[in-house]
Ligand binder design. Structure first.
Ligand code: HEM
Length: 500
């Protein structure tokens, strides 16, 4: 009995000490921390808990961060060591700036799972030196010259999409989100491994793709917990029984086999990433298999659902804004006599098409939430004109920044004209909209994404008329976010133009 009583007393003392420590650190964070002069809710400044709660709930990107910006202004403290900005100069200061020691501000580890023990991080988490090597090897596969070579390959999949959709329209409303996912995965699969995932042929998600995205959510949770609350790391091994984490190894093995089999084929006459990288990027420092595997994984994830989401967002917004839809459709249908004439060089010249895509990326950015950078300069640095200490996580949360009312007239409305010099929107802060980020770690696949978006959108609008099958539903507002959007089906009535 005495032992039990002593144990209970010790636990009681420990709990009280823990509670006092927690309260003390909350008070320090609110009143004495170097960030205490930054505006934001006190509860959020006190501890990591409110921020973490909303990350896990999936409502941080929207509606929470937009509400915080509305209440507190362009810069808000959302955790003891975190600031978010709705300010164009923050993009330059955080994503382009190098520290006094020449170091870039690194990515926030709470958004990415590091490589398993003994493995190599992809370019997402690589140090500056490895990152520069990975990028210089892969960049030739994403240059303007590469786009010239890849356009027929990409267009081949768009033709499959058009044919598949034409055959399926009789079956009733179609889920355009699924069709666009199949298309972008088939394209990136072919570009990375020289083989398609056959989504468009089989009209279903490849099990491997299903696994990647199922795994991402768990991976993000683990990454968040282990970097924000380091003490949770000791419990994470117990999660290894979790099916999702276990199959991470299986999945890695599958990637190794696919990359290996593609490497074994060497340079081919197909303009895929390996051919172009080996031909032009790998002469000085070719990547090893161990380095290629994580980078190919990153390309598959980064280069598929982002583009598919952007396209689905654009179609949805067009269907909700008939005058924009009609103008774009007229531009496309008068520019080309038949579907077979549609080519990327002509499309690049259609200003209204580009403006529609940019406006869709503003209202529905594929990376909607805060992908912070960590201040690397030991002396701290200026961000948007104010000093921020070393180690602070700072970022632009795109969905909120892109709709920030003081920066954009009619901020929530779909108005491509704001990108075409319309005087009414002259005061818009268009530099705040950076869907592909900026700086040395911005999007590597931007040109490919634009080529896919132009070709797919133009050929869809040329061949079909689209209407929403649930016109009253707000497809964007209904989605939550966990790093990326948790996308919902986008059901549409699709009518082939020839049958009108
Ligand atoms: C509309 C489509 C896309 C959007 C909006 C987009 C957006 C982004 C953004 C915002 C980042 C930077 C994230 C950060 O700040 O940490 C990024 C990085 C990256 N993206 Fe994209 N992306 C798209 C399509 C693609 C495509 C098609 C590819 C390639 C096939 C690609 C490959 C990458 C890679 C490799 C990185 C990491 C670059 C590095 O670390 O140096 N993305 N993307």
């Amino acid at each position: 009995m005495a032992v039990i009583a002593q144990t209970m007393a010790a636990l009681g003392v420990l709990s009280i000490a823990g509670l006092l420590h927690f309260i003390g650190s909350c008070l320090y964070n609110i009143y004495f921390h170097p960030l205490s002069r930054y505006p934001g809710p006190r509860l959020w400044a006190a501890s990591q808990l409110p921020w973490t709660y909303h990350v896990f709930k999936g409502d941080l990107a929207k509606p929470i961060i937009p509400q915080l910006h509305e209440k507190y202004g362009r810069v808000v403290r959302i955790a003891p060591d975190r600031l978010i900005y709705a300010d164009a100069s923050a993009w330059r200061d955080l994503y382009v700036h190098k520290s006094s020691t020449g170091q870039q501000n690194p990515r926030d580890p709470s958004k990415f799972l590091p490589a398993p023990k003994g493995g190599i991080n992809s370019m997402l988490l690589a140090d500056d030196q490895s990152h520069a090597r990975f990028r210089s090897f892969l960049s030739p596969a994403f240059s303007t010259k590469a786009m010239d070579e890849q356009r027929d390959l990409v267009n081949g999949y768009v033709t499959l999409l058009i044919k598949g959709l034409a055959e399926s329209t009789k079956e009733g409303p179609q889920d355009l989100m699924a069709w666009l996912n199949w298309t972008s995965f088939d394209i990136i699969g072919d570009l990375c491994f020289g083989e398609s995932f056959e989504g468009l042929v089989k009209r279903r998600e490849h099990p491997w793709i299903y696994f990647i995205f199922h795994h991402i959510t768990t991976g993000l949770m683990v990454a968040h917990l282990s970097s924000t609350f380091p003490w949770t790391r000791r419990f994470l091994p117990y999660l290894s029984s979790n099916k999702s984490l276990q199959s991470r190894l299986q999945h890695r093995q599958m990637t190794i086999e696919k990359v290996k089999s593609r490497i074994d084929r060497g340079e081919t006459d197909r303009p895929d990433i390996i051919t172009l990288a080996l031909r032009e990027g790998g002469k000085e420092a070719p990547l090893s298999l161990a380095e290629l595997v994580p980078n190919m994984m990153t390309l598959i994830i980064a280069g598929s659902e982002t583009t598919a989401g952007a396209l689905a967002g654009a179609l949805y917004l067009l269907c909700r804004n008939h005058h924009v839809y009609r103008r774009l459709m007229a531009d496309i249908r008068t520019a080309f006599a038949k579907d077979g004439d549609i080519d990327i060089y002509q499309l690049n010249k259609l200003e209204y098409l580009t403006a529609v895509i940019r406006e869709a990326l503003r209202l529905y950015p594929p990376v909607p939430t805060e992908w912070h950078r960590r201040i690397a300069d030991p002396a701290g640095q200026l961000v948007a004109g104010e000093w921020v200490p070393y180690g602070t996580f700072c970022g632009v949360a795109q969905y909120a920044a892109n709709r920030y009312k003081p920066a954009f007239r009619d901020a929530d409305s779909f108005i491509p004209e704001r990108w075409l010099g319309d005087a009414k929107y002259a005061a818009d802060e268009l530099e705040l909209v950076q869907p592909f980020a900026i700086g040395p770690r911005n999007c590597l696949g931007q040109s490919l994404a634009y080529m896919e978006m132009r070709l797919i959108l133009a050929r869809l609008l040329y061949n079909f008329d689209f209407t929403l099958s649930e016109p009253d539903r707000d497809w964007i507002d209904d989605q939550s976010t966990f790093g990326l959007w948790k996308k919902l089906p986008l059901m549409m009535h699709v009518v082939p133009v020839s049958s009108n």
